[in-house]
Unconditional design. Structure first.
Length: 461
């Protein structure tokens, strides 16, 4: 055992270096919010005593390292709350902000130790409803500030948000999530298995339903990530793409999923920007490839499900509006038939003109009254199913139409914005036609909301 008198200068140096490293580990590591951050902090240790001194002087105390870690998650939180397509639950948000593009899964080591820390970090910037679990911006002016020019000249310029860039980030994070190993599951699974996965992975519903809504660029900057994800359909079991389709559509046979093109499903669900991206960048592309349960083309299913923008994109791309689907009734129904069935007479006329100009020959088919009635019922049921997910953990966008009697437009809009916070996002809007106000939210109305609408002289259909 060495006595104090025999301790050399080198020993003192080593003791001081060790002490400084221990202090650094305690302060720096203790500031991290996830197990992944702890490992990174341990890997980022000073190389020598001089570097330790430099870090001590630069950080002064543990608050500096905490701020560095907190800043990362605070910016990600603001990013999501500003540009998510619907209000997020705290469980969803806390999952979304820890996803990084090389992740293949999430476990307790990668998740936040305590999601409630986000509420503390917000310091009044966020509103949290403990009853619903929803977390939102405290005021719309927060988003205005973060996307303004003035923030770039401030001391918090690192929190500035660019809308196009943010939507790209969110889309990539969603696709990363959907490419997790646990979602490489054989298509055709029971919907009950999805329910259990949704509870284990709270961000799954948002990632599955909303990633195409964040496609904003038409110049191909995001296509490589999209193409990589869509390419997983070529895996023997349908891959992550097959799981995605089963999650948003449900109840499909493995053969249907494998043999149906992504363009068909994009058109069916009205993912217009995904339709546009596929039309622009997937080569070769067969616009007449039949798919789905009844052998329909992408244009036919878009008309059938009343996805107007997708219809326009497909017709402009040269899809045949006259070809029959595979239903077998009276030789099948054309896209023009479904357009007329939806009351889109002007659109049907335009489709006819475009089809003739592209060299397609109209089919002379006079469907009988009985056949037309069957088609009307089938279409109505399909549209009802589209707006009524069997599992509440899988929200879909639902179109609402209400009318206000004896109420000025400004008052009606103010009431709707107050009643449905989802409509406060600048990306959503309330459209008015006469006495009717139309809007889309990711859920059905509750009985309480129906009653409140009636109390304010709103009718609903």
């Amino acid at each position: 055992m060495q006595t104090l008198s025999s301790v050399s200068f080198a020993d003192v140096f080593r003791f001081r270096y060790a002490a400084s490293q221990i202090d650094h580990v305690f302060n720096y590591v203790n500031a991290q919010l996830t197990g992944r951050d702890v490992r990174r902090a341990l890997a980022d240790m000073p190389n020598d005593l001089n570097e330790s001194y430099e870090r001590i002087l630069r950080q002064l105390n543990s608050e500096a390292s905490r701020r560095k870690c907190y800043e990362k998650y605070m910016r990600r939180t603001l990013l999501w709350l500003c540009f998510a397509t619907r209000p997020l639950r705290l469980a969803e948000l806390s999952e979304a902000i820890v996803v990084e593009e090389d992740d293949t899964g999430l476990d307790s080591d990668l998740r936040l130790r305590d999601p409630q820390i986000l509420l503390s970090l917000g310091q009044g910037l966020f509103d949290y409803d403990r009853a619903t679990g929803l977390i939102t911006l405290g005021h719309s002016s927060i988003k205005t500030f973060l996307t303004s020019e003035s923030i770039h000249r401030s001391c918090v310029a690192n929190f500035a948000l660019d809308e196009l860039e943010v939507h790209g980030t969110i889309m990539r994070n969603c696709l990363t999530y959907l490419r997790f190993k646990c979602f490489e599951i054989e298509v055709g699974r029971s919907i009950h298995s999805y329910t259990s996965l949704a509870s284990e992975y709270p961000f799954l519903a948002y990632a599955a339903h909303s990633w195409p809504l964040h496609i904003r660029s038409s110049d191909g900057t995001c296509w490589s990530q999209i193409a990589t994800f869509l390419a997983t359909r070529r895996m023997p079991n349908g891959g992550n793409y097959g799981f995605w389709i089963q999650f948003i559509a449900g109840g499909l046979s493995p053969d249907v999923v494998r043999e149906t093109s992504p363009l068909y499903y994009a058109a069916s669900f009205g993912y217009d920007m995904l339709v546009s991206a596929i039309l622009s960048f997937e080569k070769p592309l067969n616009l007449e490839q039949p798919g789905g349960r009844y052998g329909s083309t992408a244009l036919q299913v878009a008309c059938f499900r009343r996805q107007l923008k997708s219809v326009e994109l497909l017709v402009e791309a040269g899809a045949n509006p006259f070809s029959p689907d595979g239903s077998g009734l009276d030789g099948g129904f054309s896209s023009v038939f479904w357009a007329k069935s939806s009351g889109w007479d002007d659109l049907a006329q335009w489709m006819t003109e475009k089809g003739k100009a592209n060299g397609f020959k109209p089919r002379e088919v006079l469907h009988g009254k009985y056949t037309r009635e069957i088609a009307r019922i089938v279409q109505g049921l399909a549209l009802e199913e589209l707006g009524s997910p069997p599992d509440p953990s899988r929200p879909r966008w639902v179109h609402q139409t209400v009318s206000a009697y004896g109420m000025e437009e400004e008052e009606a809009r103010r009431f709707l914005l107050q009643k449905f916070p989802e409509l406060r996002d600048p990306g959503l809007d309330i459209n008015r036609t006469g006495d009717f106000y139309e809007f889309t939210i990711p859920r059905h109305l509750t009985e309480k909301e129906y009653a409140e609408l009636r109390e304010r002289n709103f009718s609903h259909k």
